[in-house]
Design a protein around this ligand. Structure first.
Ligand SMILES: Cc1ncc(COP(=O)(O)O)c(C=O)c1O
Length: 463
């Protein structure tokens, strides 16, 4: 089967990214554009259009309009996902050899940039749930205890990265965290890939957007948390702690010379759509609907985990002795496609289309799953093996470029990794170049490989 034939494959229900739900929630103006003769709209950087880094043209004009609307200093559209813009933001914050402070649940795009540029990560651990293995949201008290472990006079930190919300929808109260960093004059990048829509929904009791919480740099994945096409993203910046010239240079460094006009139009329309009052109330209805889906499933005794993002339905499959990967396979075979299987849970992304019929379909398949699956007596997540504050044994860029050999992971105990070990989704590295595979880390990764096929009998490059 060709790729193009597969792209029109029908599923009963697609609860994965992109959040426009296979076109159902695309902005009307984008749908109209796509109704033109195929490919007609695929234009180069004509002067009237420009590019995300042009001073003039329609792209510059809408970026400026959005930037003014949200009182930021700048907004840039991106066509290589949140990943691409996060990478530019990281390069703008730190030079090779400088240090960035980041949580253990940082996205792999940050680690790749650190490896490429030899920007030195210092990781801080997060509290995690023994029930699900999920990282819990970072709190001010936790961050204070992290800061206490760091001697800021000895160790120059170039900036801090936060991830909020997480893939499953756990979100922090960002403002106190950002204030704490700003007291130390540290710029903050918030990876808000999963929370773009928070920016438009101040009244729905959702987490406050990073952009309204004084973050210096914020990256949104418009296909994950607004209704953009895959790869669309936006970067916003504020304040005086990040050098504008560095930021623009860093975007330029990584951006293609031929950004897709379709994707740029999708960036614009997905943001503009939410600024339109009538559309906004339609989306707000969807969010309320998502909250009621959660409540009704709970009433039906489905073991759900509550997070701060109503668009994520996180099922705690371990409660019934089934791991998330087995549940995912079952639902997939039956046409209900989820987004994120993990050892203890399975996460569905409702997206922005009407999903009322999800409840009936889910309940029916859930009952079949319970009848037909072998139940495991004990599913257990191991406590994370990390110290509260920890840096790789060897500088990441040096380890990445070192001579390495490939061995089975089972033989890697006490070796230094030259690899990034990172199942996707969720794209959170379990091990980065330069880190030692000590007994705790070894057992923790082995424990995860019980269910995740990406981690079964895998090889690793070690120094
Ligand atoms: C927390 C987080 N940040 C960033 C990204 C990258 O987003 P994109 O797929 O738009 O590049 C992801 C993707 O999974 C993510 O989960």
């Amino acid at each position: 089967m060709s790729i193009s034939s597969f792209l029109t494959k029908k599923f009963l229900k697609s609860l994965f990214f992109p959040a426009h739900n296979r076109g159902a929630a695309l902005p009307k103006k984008l749908v109209k554009l796509l109704k033109n003769p195929p490919g007609y709209w695929d234009l180069p950087e004509l002067p009237e259009l420009g590019s995300p880094l042009s001073q003039n043209g329609l792209i510059a004009k809408s970026q400026k309009e959005f930037s003014e609307k949200f009182k930021t200093k700048g907004c840039f559209f991106g066509v290589n996902g949140a990943s691409g813009l996060i990478q530019s933001a990281v390069i703008a914050m730190a030079n090779p050899g400088e240090t960035l402070l980041m949580p253990r649940n940082v996205h792999v795009s940050v680690i790749k940039t650190c490896a490429m540029q030899n920007i030195l990560p210092i990781f801080f651990d997060l509290e995690s749930s023994s029930e699900t293995g999920h990282y819990k949201p970072l709190t001010k008290t936790w961050l204070e205890s992290v800061f206490k472990k760091i001697n800021f006079n000895e160790k120059k930190i170039a900036g801090v990265i936060f991830v909020s919300p997480s893939y499953q929808g756990y979100a922090s109260d960002l403002e106190p965290l950002i204030n704490l960093c700003h007291q130390k004059k540290l710029p903050v990048l918030v990876d808000e890939a999963h929370g773009s829509y928070f920016l438009f929904c101040e009244k729905l009791n959702l987490p406050k957007s990073a952009l309204l919480s004084n973050a210096d740099l914020v990256v949104h994945s418009l296909h994950k948390s607004l209704n953009g096409l895959t790869q669309t993203a936006a970067l916003w910046y504020k304040g005086n702690l990040v050098n504008e010239h560095n930021l623009i240079r860093s975007i330029n460094l990584l951006q293609t010379t031929s950004p897709s006009s379709l994707l740029l139009s999708s960036c614009e329309e997905s943001i503009r759509d939410w600024l339109n009052k009538k559309n906004l109330s339609k989306y707000q209805e969807r969010i309320l609907e998502a909250k009621s889906i959660y409540k009704r499933l709970i009433q039906k005794n489905i073991p759900l985990i509550e997070t701060q993002d109503p668009l994520k339905i996180v099922v705690n499959t371990s409660k019934v002795g089934i791991d998330g990967f087995t549940a995912d396979n079952f639902f997939y075979k039956n046409g209900l496609i989820a987004e994120l299987p993990e050892m203890m849970t399975l996460t569905f992304c409702l997206g922005f289309a009407n999903q009322k019929d999800f409840i009936i379909l889910f309940e029916k398949l859930w009952n079949e799953l319970l009848l037909n699956s072998k139940r495991l007596k004990s599913l257990e997540v191991l406590k994370s093996p990390f110290e509260l504050v920890q840096a790789p044994e060897i500088e990441i860029g040096i380890a990445w470029r070192s001579k390495t050999r490939t061995i089975p992971f089972s033989q890697s105990l006490n070796k230094i990794s030259g690899d990034i070990i990172c199942p996707y989704p969720p794209g959170i590295p379990l091990l980065v170049p330069g880190e030692k595979i000590d007994a705790d880390r070894f057992n923790w990764i082995k424990n995860q490989s019980l269910c995740n096929k990406d981690l079964v009998n895998f090889n690793i490059r070690v120094l």
